[in-house]
Write a protein that binds this ligand. Structure first.
Ligand code: FAD
Ligand code: SIN
Length: 530
């Protein structure tokens, strides 16, 4: 690959050198690539095929204040309310004010948002005060975005390497110099040099036994960044989606919140509607509230599921507005126009991640993060539905703008350190459980899940510390992913143990109140005391 720009500040000249290296090919990676190619050479490394990611599974859509009764100000207020005191107002302002511009880019790239009489149609989701969710193909929004952007990338000079797992961030003189990777088909290890490294590796949803996330979402970028010395923030805040199909022998499948937005009703196994007894907003309360209410109702009724009822809605609305969900359920013997949908909560989205400033840069010069991996400050303690695709493009665009600005202040890290601390030392518990993915996922689900306690968290932290001390050097994709998940699990659990209150998606039975003293963030950095 021929560099358009010479490497700066003594960066090692590697044979594979590029201006921008992007790790990941979901919405964040692809959108950034399409903008960055205007400014330099671009290489995308992605560990599966180009379309293996969470983006393609997104259903509800992308939140943008476009309706006549809406405004960026109203979207700002809803996002801050969902964040439960921990969203950064400046970041939320950027998100809501730059939303329309980035959505226009998506339309320009060819994303076919649904329209009626030439106007984009908007739907409603929980905790949004008005209808503001753009969707494509009904509930196939993510698939349309992913395929449109990946095809567009294929038509540009962006180079894409599939089956290429990023395994280590390379540094020189405190600045990013490139990435080490493993080709998971041939086992070949390569190093690629770059001026700017952008981690767009998504979240860590595979940490949990029940999850809506794709298999490729294993916290790799968070682990890589942390190990390189980047700060990670708010990792105790993990969102569980309330309504995920719970059918024996069928992998978890999301039943979009937009189904409740269009009038779906939650009922317990005895057939009684229960949400109004928990909260006035009922089915349209914030996600964490609905998920916890469902868990209580399942305990009360001794069941592992509740039901979502759409049988009172016109069949045509269901089949045209939610064609994917309708078809998927039908293929598994369930006609949702006539029968109740069995659902339960499952792991869905990580609010915390690699700490970045408003231009997407970490505390390591030249290292950027965008998309679900990044903690921009937008979501705080809880993400508002459909703000994630939006965050990926708004802050993705800013990464490219930031690298352009950074070109004149090369090498300067722009994030102020915010009293980061090291991971607390912890005596490992004797390894009663073998280290493998199912054991890790069961541990996280049981002890670091929707309802937490200090006792459970401390037990989980000790098991995770034991696994860390036993782990050998990873050598293939599976062992790298497990290594990264264990590290992410440990970071999440330690942060959850430190936060002795309940706020947003983090709920502790031993500290059920939200406390003003905890209106602050937990930031970890490796060897922070050094
Ligand atoms: P992803 O799309 O997850 O892509 C990550 C990429 O990184 C992948 O290509 C992966 O292969 C690659 N990668 C990971 N690790 C490595 C590595 N070590 N080396 C190389 N490559 C690597 N949000 C909304 O706003 N609206 C919705 O309607 C919505 N619905 C959702 C429905 C479902 C079922 C799920 C799971 C999520 C949904 N979300 C939604 C959340 C949203 O889809 C994600 O947060 C968003 O798509 C993340 O995009 P991303 O580009 O950051 O990551
Ligand atoms: C959904 O469609 O319910 C998912 C939306 C989101 O996660 O933002």
């Amino acid at each position: 690959m021929v560099p358009r720009t010479a490497p700066a500040h003594g960066t090692t000249m590697m044979s594979n050198y590029c201006d921008y290296i992007i790790i990941g090919s979901g919405i964040a990676g692809l959108y950034i690539a399409l903008l960055a190619i205007e400014h330099g050479s671009v290489l995308i490394l992605t560990k599966g095929s180009i379309d293996d990611c969470n983006t393609r599974y997104a259903q509800g859509g992308i939140a943008v204040a476009m309706g006549k009764d809406d405004s960026p100000e109203l979207h700002f207020e809803d996002t801050l309310a969902a964040g439960d005191g921990l969203s950064d107002p400046e970041a939320v302002r950027i998100l809501t004010e730059e939303a329309a511009d980035c959505t226009a880019d998506l339309i320009r790239f060819g994303v076919p948002f649904d329209t009626l009489d030439g106007e984009i149609t908007l739907t409603r989701e929980a905790a949004h005060t008005v209808s503001r969710i753009l969707h494509a193909g009904g509930d196939a929004t993510g698939q349309h975005i992913e395929v449109t952007l990946s095809q567009r990338v294929r038509s540009t000079p962006v180079k894409v390497l599939e089956n290429c797992l990023a395994t280590e961030v390379l540094l020189k003189d405190g600045r990013v110099s490139g990435i080490r990777s493993l080709d998971s088909r041939t086992g070949t290890v390569e190093e690629y040099g770059c001026r700017y490294l952008i981690l767009a590796t998504g979240g860590a949803g595979r940490l949990f036994k029940y999850t809506t996330n794709s298999d490729v979402v294993s916290g790799d970028g968070i682990a890589l960044a942390f190990e390189a010395g980047a700060e990670v923030k708010d990792l105790e805040f993990f969102q569980f989606h309330p309504t995920v199909l719970r059918l024996p022998g069928v992998a978890p499948f999301l039943i979009s919140e937009a189904v409740r937005g269009e009038g779906g009703i939650l009922k317990n196994v005895e057939g009684r509607r229960f949400m109004p007894a928990y909260v006035a907003q009922a089915e349209l309360a914030p996600r964490d509230v609905v998920a916890r209410s469902i868990v209580h109702e399942m305990h009360k009724t001794g069941s592992d599921r509740v039901f979502l009822d759409v049988t009172h809605l016109p069949s045509r609305l269901i089949t045209t507005r939610f064609p994917q969900i309708y078809r998927f359920c039908l293929e598994h013997g369930l006609d949702i126009t006539r029968a109740l949908i069995p659902v339960a909560p499952a792991a869905h989205y990580i609010m915390g991640g690699v700490k970045v400033n408003s231009w997407g840069e970490t505390n390591i010069a030249g290292l950027f993060a965008a998309g679900e991996i990044a903690c921009t400050g937008v979501h705080g303690a809880n993400r508002l539905a459909s703000n994630s695709l939006l965050e990926s493009v708004v802050f993705g665009k800013r990464v490219v703008q930031g690298t352009e600005m950074n070109a004149s202040s090369e090498g300067r890290a722009v994030v102020a350190t915010n009293d980061p601390c090291s991971l607390p030392g912890r005596a490992p518990s004797p390894a009663a459980l073998a280290l493998n993915l199912p054991n890790l996922q069961s541990l996280m689900w049981a002890k670091v899940g929707i309802i937490r306690s200090g006792k459970d968290l401390a037990e989980a932290a000790a098991v995770l510390a034991g696994w860390e001390s036993l782990a050998s050097q990873p050598s293939d994709r599976t062992s790298y992913e497990l290594h990264n998940l264990v590290l992410c699990g440990r970071l999440m659990t330690e942060a959850a143990l430190m936060r002795e209150e309940s706020r947003g998606a983090h709920f502790r039975t031993d500290f059920p109140e939200t406390l003003p003293a905890w209106q602050r963030h937990i930031v970890f950095r490796k060897n922070a005391a050094d």
